[in-house]
Design a protein around this ligand. Structure first.
Ligand code: UDP
Ligand code: MG
Length: 192
């Protein structure tokens, strides 16, 4: 089992952090993996920082990075990529839209020969105002990049270490990581 770094960018997610942490720990312990959880607090003002401080105090596998000002999801992910020490890096959103129970399937997909595997939110519980722009975005990126993914923007992804130490993201580039990875020559795939 490779060692895992779970990178979680977050902005004002106080309500979900305890449950998310508990569900991540439950999953990685069942996998018998050595792990770290890197929370990147993107300038939260809702008390997320205090919740993370308490988590780090009781779980030595928790690391926290804190931005002084809100800098966007890509900046948060990049800080997490820089800090991650694991053989495999998993990213997930902090709002419980991504299920930590999917981690073993993502790791298995990497072990099957991929360098990066992206989650696909196959059944979405979002309003049309989100799913329609997302459909257009995914169709255009699929055509431009030649990469046959359904869901480029899913927060739940897994990477071999090399990938996160190679790609550089900022601004809105978090939506393009699969494409950037492909352009670097990495093997990119998707699982529902
Ligand atoms: N996020 C962040 N900085 C921001 C905005 C969002 O770190 O400026 C985090 C957010 O807390 C969540 C993830 O990025 O963990 C995805 O954000 P959101 O749920 O708003 O995106 P969506 O689900 O709409 O794609
Ligand atoms: Mg969300």
């Amino acid at each position: 089992m490779p060692s895992l770094s779970i990178v979680v960018p977050l902005y004002n997610e106080r309500e979900s952090l305890d449950e998310l942490h508990g569900r991540i720990v439950e999953t990685v312990k069942a996998m018998n993996a050595t792990y770290e959880i890197v929370f990147v607090d993107d300038g939260s003002t809702d008390g997320s920082g205090e919740v993370l401080g308490a988590l780090a105090a009781r779980d030595a596998n928790v690391r926290t990075i804190r931005f002084l000002a809100n800098s966007g999801k890509a900046a948060g992910l990049q800080a997490g990529f820089d800090a991650a020490t694991g053989d495999v890096v998993i990213t997930m959103d902090a709002d419980l839209q991504d299920d930590p129970a999917e981690i073993p399937a993502l790791v298995a997909a990497l072990e099957g020969g991929l360098d990066m595997v992206s989650g696909w939110k196959k059944e979405r519980h979002d309003p049309l105002s989100k799913t329609l722009p997302s459909k257009v975005f995914n169709t255009v990126v699929r055509m431009v990049s030649g990469l046959p993914l359904h869901d480029f923007n899913c927060g739940l992804k897994a990477y071999r270490r090399d990938v996160v130490k190679t790609v550089r993201i900022y601004g809105e580039l978090h939506r393009w990581i699969p494409v950037i990875a492909k352009f670097h020559g990495f093997r990119v795939g998707e699982i529902p």
